[in-house]
Design a protein. Structure first.
Ligand SMILES: Nc1ncnc2c1ncn2[C@@H]1O[C@H](COP(=O)(O)OP(=O)(O)OP(=O)(O)O)[C@@H](O)[C@H]1O
Ligand SMILES: [Mg+2]
Length: 412
């Protein structure tokens, strides 16, 4: 790979935009060379609600990362999430055309037949797809069937669907900043790429990324992806509860939550107090931290009960032998791992920070940066493959899907 290849990931989050610029290394790791984090504007639950504001903050984040890296980036992987995201595991089948072996065309036909099985109401499209496995004449677990002898080819595909216009708005805003969207990365998959170990991915693990506006969920099993979803509640709901019940501004509640709060009332001394500036003016009021925890706890229990119901519905809950990895800003609140474990049948829970990096690792060590890092790593893996980034118009469907598949194979 050329030494001067740089890659970038842009996480357009509800609370912050995080741009990560990196240089892929020969050993497969990513050297972090620039990071730009700016508070978001114009976004709500992963959706752009004010285009001008969104473009302004995305541009700031890119400028910061470019300035630090001292390079100009021209393309990036951009994250996609939001409650409009849904996923399904579908199967496709084709008869192998006459000849000595399974051909590229057979593979394409099987994949297309799987795509045809994806439920697609109007205005939705497949935004992301990953081959889980192929089977030749009923023998499963095959990753590269081309060249194998057989008569029937089956494929299992993980397909993620979303609302096309919502995604076009995010990508359009990034392109307005002069950045070509190289590819879109589903945010929970990107976060997983940054924080999950190979062993966890093999054993089966639930990734929960608690952001400001959404809680993203992904289940990895047998080295591949089995389920993805986004639930439209997150840390901002906790902050809003605090602001409403303590009668203070959102900003005051956010500061209180991030600097002083924990989530289990029994872990707080009854007499621990904090001064809160009231919304009515400059007045302050002493509030017991025990009360703060009593406000936070039920909201988090509700969020993680929703996560459990979502994963159970997908049929993958019992696959999570390695437990849960928690990431995103919401993972930083003390006692959250305890609440997650209690909500998910006492599964073990750890907080996942970005791993497998070199360079300015100190700048991206928090779970808050996991999605941005994961997107940059996905971009790097894209390039390391072919040596040079392939021109999207020259890359066929099968290539793209196989690239995704390779990317999801354990490498970390
Ligand atoms: N130290 C902390 N303690 C508690 N909560 C925190 C802490 N740091 C960040 N958070 C919370 O994390 C949330 C933001 O997380 P993150 O940066 O992952 O979100 P985002 O990616 O911008 O949003 P989304 O993924 O929903 O689009 C906010 O609700 C914030 O209050
Ligand atoms: Mg996020």
């Amino acid at each position: 790979m050329a030494e001067d290849v740089f890659v970038a990931g842009i996480d357009v989050g509800t609370t912050k935009i995080c741009t990560v610029v990196g240089r892929p290394q020969a050993d497969g790791r990513l050297e972090v060379v620039g990071v730009g984090v700016t508070p978001s504007a114009g976004l709500k639950r992963g959706i752009i609600v004010d285009r001008e504001d969104a473009i302004g903050t995305i541009r700031q984040s890119i400028d910061l990362a470019q300035g630090m890296a001292e390079v100009e980036i021209h393309s990036a992987y951009v994250g996609v999430t939001g409650a409009h995201i849904a996923s399904a595991n579908v199967t496709g089948r084709t008869n192998v055309s006459p000849g000595p072996a399974v051909s590229d065309t057979d593979v394409q036909r099987a994949i297309q037949s799987a795509r045809d099985a994806v439920p697609l109401p109007q205005d939705r499209e497949i935004i992301h797809e990953v081959v889980r496995e192929f089977a030749v004449d009923g023998e499963g677990g095959i990753m590269r069937p081309i060249g194998m002898s057989g008569r029937r080819l089956d494929v299992e595909l993980h397909a993620v669907t979303g609302t096309a216009t919502i995604i076009e708005n995010i990508e359009g805003s990034v392109e307005e900043c002069g950045i070509k969207v190289g590819s879109r990365g589903l945010e929970p998959i990107a976060t997983g790429t940054a924080v999950i170990t190979q062993a966890e991915r093999e054993l089966g693990v639930i990734l929960i990324d608690v952001g400001g506006g959404t809680t993203d969920v992904a289940v990895f099993v047998g080295g591949g992806i089995a389920h993805t979803s986004a639930i439209p509640v997150g840390g901002d709901n906790v902050t809003r509860d605090l602001a409403r019940l303590l009668r203070c501004s959102f900003e005051e509640a956010e500061q209180l939550k991030c600097q002083h709060a924990r989530a289990r009332p029994e872990k707080v001394d009854e007499d621990q107090m904090i001064q809160v500036t009231l919304a009515s003016g400059g007045e302050t009021e002493a509030v017991p931290l025990h009360l703060v925890a009593s406000i936070i706890e039920p909201r988090l229990e509700e969020i993680f009960a929703l996560v459990k119901a979502n994963v159970v519905r997908s049929g993958t809950f019992t696959d999570a032998s390695a437990g849960v990895v928690l990431s995103g800003g919401g993972s930083q609140l003390p006692d959250t791992t305890d609440i997650v474990s209690a909500a998910l049948d006492d599964l073990p829970v750890r907080v996942g920070s970005p791993r497998g990096l070199t360079g300015r690792v100190d700048l991206v060590s928090s779970p808050i940066h996991a999605t941005g890092v994961g997107l940059a790593v996905m971009a790097a893996q894209d390039e390391s493959w072919a040596g040079e980034p392939p021109e999207p118009e020259n890359v066929g469907l099968v290539d793209r899907i196989m690239q995704w598949w390779d990317r999801l194979l354990p490498r970390v």
